[in-house]
Design a protein around this ligand. Sequence first.
Ligand code: NDP
Length: 498
Amino acid sequence: MTAARATRSATFDSTSPATGEVIATFPVDGPDQVEAAVARARQAQRGWAELGFDGRRRALLAFKALLVRRTDELVALVHRENGKPHADALIELLLSAEHLDWAARHAARVLGPRRAAGTLMLANHAAWVEYQPLGVVGVIGPWNYPVFTPLGSIIYALAAGNAVVFKPSELTPAVGCFLADSFADAVGDRAVFQVVTGDGTTGEALCRAGVDKVAFTGSPATGRKVMAACAERLTPVVLELGGKDAMIVDEDADLDAAASQAVWGGMANAGQTCLAVERVYVVDAVYDRFLDRLVERASRVRPGAGPGADFGPITRPAQLEVIARHLDDAFVRGARAVVGGPEAVRPPFVDPVVLVDVPADALVMREETFGPVLPVVRARDADHAVALANADPYGLGAAVFATRRAEPIARALRSGMASINSVLTFAGMPSLPLGGVGESGFGRVHGPDGLREFTNPKAITRQRFALPFPVQSFDRPGYLLPALRQAMRLRHGRAPRK
Ligand code: NDP
């Protein structure tokens, strides 16, 4: 610990995954810098909370407007630092603007004081809930959606009246700083939303810095470390972790739409999406027809760094090894590629791969691949498809292509979200919560639940008038309890009629 507290000396470069070009150099912030940032945030939070819902709404809308006016700059930076095509970076910003708008405009309604009903016994008390800000929220984000994903926590934490200290991935620090600088320029305050930069040690320092909650988005392995570090000070956490999302195609699905969305859901952003379609289960009756359509579409998709590319390079070099390992393992176990093949991995790019005949115990069926790889599995019927999909410890999102049984299937899938006849739609809908079950984490960002996630629901009662015979008092008369016992029997003692 003492050695780790040495003053800031190290720096690191952020580089383009496509060209290796150095984009900028950043400090590796240690515990001292992180604690100083949290202390500044704590000071600033009071003023931010005192702005009230209306003041924060105006500030957040100003932040949104400035980000949108800086679209060209931000899109170009995301393209350079993360590698994704300009179009994908633009979609990220567009979705973020919608979330900013929603959180800014709905925080007052969702978090404003809410009257609570009393009971007969406490009819002389008024009661209500106030959703108070937690204080300082530490946000730790990944690199795959460097704008949309961290803002999904940051915006909602800010709208609820918290200050934020954000630790972006070491692969996308420039984008993180761009977001905080834009907030400071729009709002005129540099301490309400700050960035600390560095590697995993900086994230760890943030977990130990006495923040009031940590909102972590990343892999389950790091999520466990974050939770362990936060446990030391009982700092609460929301964990948005990885996924192995399944798509189910039932016999009455629109097969063209399903194939088109499978390719988009599995291969957009080179498959580097927590909510990417990573497994496709197709009922036997339409399997061959679906596969033909999928192969035809996936064969046309091309990675690259230029303007015509459908998706960019693999951002994190180590992920190339994971993808290659998943493919090798699948082929050794008897899988066949109907699009692409073993040669698909050609750093820094990976060509689209569609796999069939993949056994359920293959790595590509069990672990997050995070590449443009789609295993397609034949299922007897929709129930079989659901059972196969649910036999996985992840539970983030899911997609269903069906008509008659679409809703029961969506309901039966063990996941935090499900979309019917589209993929990933829930993430773009600010009024819906986003989060997972099982290995995909817990807690929610986005929507009313995402706003409440960053608050302390404070219950308050106020006695309006005193009862002649108080129940919860040593002064109550002796006959009161037997009378109450009788009243309880009358009110609660009858079983409901069948
Ligand atoms: P990681 O888990 O590797 O890293 C996430 C963040 O945690 C990074 O900022 C990282 O810093 C930081 N970190 C690393 N070690 C520690 C530590 N010991 N304590 C605290 N923080 C630490 O994930 P990736 O960045 O590789 O992101 C990909 C993962 O994120 C995938 O599993 C993906 O599914 C998931 N994800 C989940 C989403 C969701 O909403 N559920 C959305 C987007 C992605 P550094 O990068 O500097 O090492």
